[in-house]
Design a protein around this ligand. Structure first.
Ligand code: ADP
Length: 217
């Protein structure tokens, strides 16, 4: 089973990916995570990507395709993948169709996580991540706050804010989403594999909607 999570920035793709991979033993592919890993290297490429990520602009397609294909070659999956943050435009969607076709596979579900811009902004400005284990918190949402300010409940390490989680980068990311990614809603609706999810609710409630579509088919 192959799943795409299609959503604006901070709509909960990472959180729902985690729940999906656990329940259905899938392999998560987050192009954002893969690019952040390269950006953390002190190399020419790392520094270029770091700048692009902080600005909120998209990384160029050739590089994204290379990173994606390398990852899929090394991380084959028996049960399928959850694509988180890919595809982000029509060219990327066509590329993914080709990659999967070559593997005799296809996309089974595209879950469109719909949330208002106001809620996204609240999530973005409050999002904090653990430096060590990657656990995600939100200081603007009671249920997601860490017990101690700036410290991870899991491992006691310091929390940090992503460089692109500020209002100005968010505006760029949101506008890019509207222009480049939103047309994919029609692309997948035409293939009859688009399922709309209300992602303004808390994470378990969002996951229940996703599960119910999977269990129904
Ligand atoms: P979000 O969806 O919340 O913006 P991501 O972690 O998915 O967070 O992406 C962070 C950044 O990584 C994006 O703003 C973009 O610069 C880059 N990125 C991630 N995936 C892609 C992609 N498929 N194509 C181009 N750039 C990407």
């Amino acid at each position: 089973m192959n799943i795409i999570l299609l959503a604006p920035p901070a709509a909960g793709k990472g959180t729902q990916s985690e729940l999906l991979i656990k329940k259905y033993q899938l392999n998560q592919i987050s192009t954002g995570d893969l690019l952040r890993k390269i950006a953390s290297n002190d190399s020419k490429l790392g520094n270029t990507i770091k700048k692009t990520l902080a600005s909120g602009e998209l990384v160029n397609n050739n590089l994204v395709f290379q990173v994606l294909e390398e990852y899929m070659d090394k991380n084959t999956s028996e049960n399928g993948y959850v694509f988180d943050g890919f595809p982000r435009d029509t060219l990327q969607a066509e590329k993914l169709d080709d990659i999967l076709e070559n593997m005799n596979q296809k996309i089974d579900y595209v879950f469109y996580l719909n949330v208002s811009k106001e809620i996204l902004l609240k999530r973005i400005t409050g999002r904090r991540l653990c430096k060590s284990c990657g656990k995600v918190y939100n200081i603007n949402i009671d249920l997601l706050k860490p017990k101690m300010n700036s410290i991870c409940d899991n491992c006691g390490q310091e929390l940090y804010r992503r460089e692109d989680d500020n209002e100005s980068s968010f505006e760029t990311r949101y506008q890019n989403y509207k222009i480049q990614t939103q047309p994919l809603i029609d692309y997948y609706q035409n293939k009859n594999i688009l399922y709309e999810i209300d992602s303004s609710l808390e994470k378990e409630e969002v996951f229940k909607q996703i599960e119910s579509f999977i269990e129904k088919r």
